[in-house]
Design a protein around this ligand. Structure first.
Ligand code: NDP
Ligand code: 8X3
Length: 253
């Protein structure tokens, strides 16, 4: 029987790249996100190109009821999830603490922290029952450092870093692996969302150096998943070669 990976935020960027790579590796997939059209598109592509099964769930990870209903509504065979990739996340706004929007803060905290928890509680229980599984949490370099105007986004990713460690301890008795992935600059829709659709400003973030691609991160995630069962990669920080830290970036112009 094929293994199953559940990927949150599979409609774009890192989540979509993971969906493609895990499909290539023969995993059946549960793909989630808010944009149904994109989920369907990815499902069509993957089921045409490969022989895997793809289940799509349109859901907003911030909605506790919806997460519960949709995940618990899956059949038992789909609940045998081997790999959970907690990827759905975002940053909105880049202002100093006294100027930030409290609505933006709510969105980041509700998505990056609470959403990750709602999904993890349900899926980790399935893994506990089977005494196996691997949870990948998408943190960020923003969860290891704090930079100007990054305040609440950095705080949410520090929370993910902490939850990653906590999950590893709590799930230890069940042989469940837990890995934190902490990328630097990856060119995806991330900056477009952060700058609320200002594509010019978003493009500038990645100019003058070679950022990571979503595929680089998917590759790294696959590396952790494909280690032998007795090996757990606890934590990985992965940066573009041109970026030493959030405040040290070598641009060519
Ligand atoms: P993208 O904006 O390209 O993708 C984000 C994904 O998250 C989309 O599929 C989106 O789907 C989903 N998502 C956002 N909000 C929700 C929600 N409320 N409910 C369900 N799904 C949601 O960004 P990335 O691929 O770059 O980001 C993926 C993860 O990687 C995030 O956690 C991000 O913080 C982290 N990261 C990104 C870095 C970067 O430089 N790009 C660096 C470090 C970490 P939809 O809109 O359809 O709901
Ligand atoms: C995304 C990377 O440096 O913009 O998490 O916070 S950064």
């Amino acid at each position: 029987m094929s293994k199953i990976a559940l990927i949150t935020g599979a409609t774009a960027g890192i989540g979509e790249a993971c969906a493609k790579l895990f499909a290539k590796q023969g995993y059946d997939l549960i793909l989630t996100g808010r944009r149904t059209d994109r989920l369907q598109q990815i499902q069509n592509t993957l089921t045409t190109q490969t022989r895997i099964r793809v289940k799509t769930l349109t859901l907003d990870v911030r909605d506790k009821m919806e997460v519960g209903n949709q995940l618990e509504g899956l059949s038992d065979s789909w609940k045998a999830v081997d790999v959970l990739i907690n990827n759905a996340g975002l940053s909105i706004g880049l202002e100093p603490i006294n100027e930030g929007s409290t609505d933006d803060w709510d969105t980041m905290i509700d998505t990056n922290v609470k959403g990750l928890l709602y999904v993890s509680k349900i899926v980790s229980n399935w893994m506990v029952e089977r005494k196996q599984g691997h949870i990948i949490n998408l943190g960020s370099i923003a969860g290891k450092e704090t930079y100007a105007n990054g305040n609440v986004y950095c705080a949410t990713k520090h929370a993910v870093d902490s939850l990653n460690k906590a999950m590893r301890i709590d799930l230890l008795p069940y042989g469940i692996r837990v890995t934190g992935i902490h990328p630097g600059a990856v060119e995806t829709e991330f900056s477009e969302i952060r700058f609320k659709g200002d594509t010019e400003r978003a493009k500038e973030v990645y100019q003058g150096f070679e950022p990571l691609s979503a595929e680089d991160i998917a590759d790294t995630i696959w590396f952790t998943v494909s280690r032998p069962a007795h090996v757990n990669i606890n934590d990985l920080v992965i940066m573009p070669t041109a970026q030493a830290s959030t405040s040290h970036l070598k641009r060519t112009e």
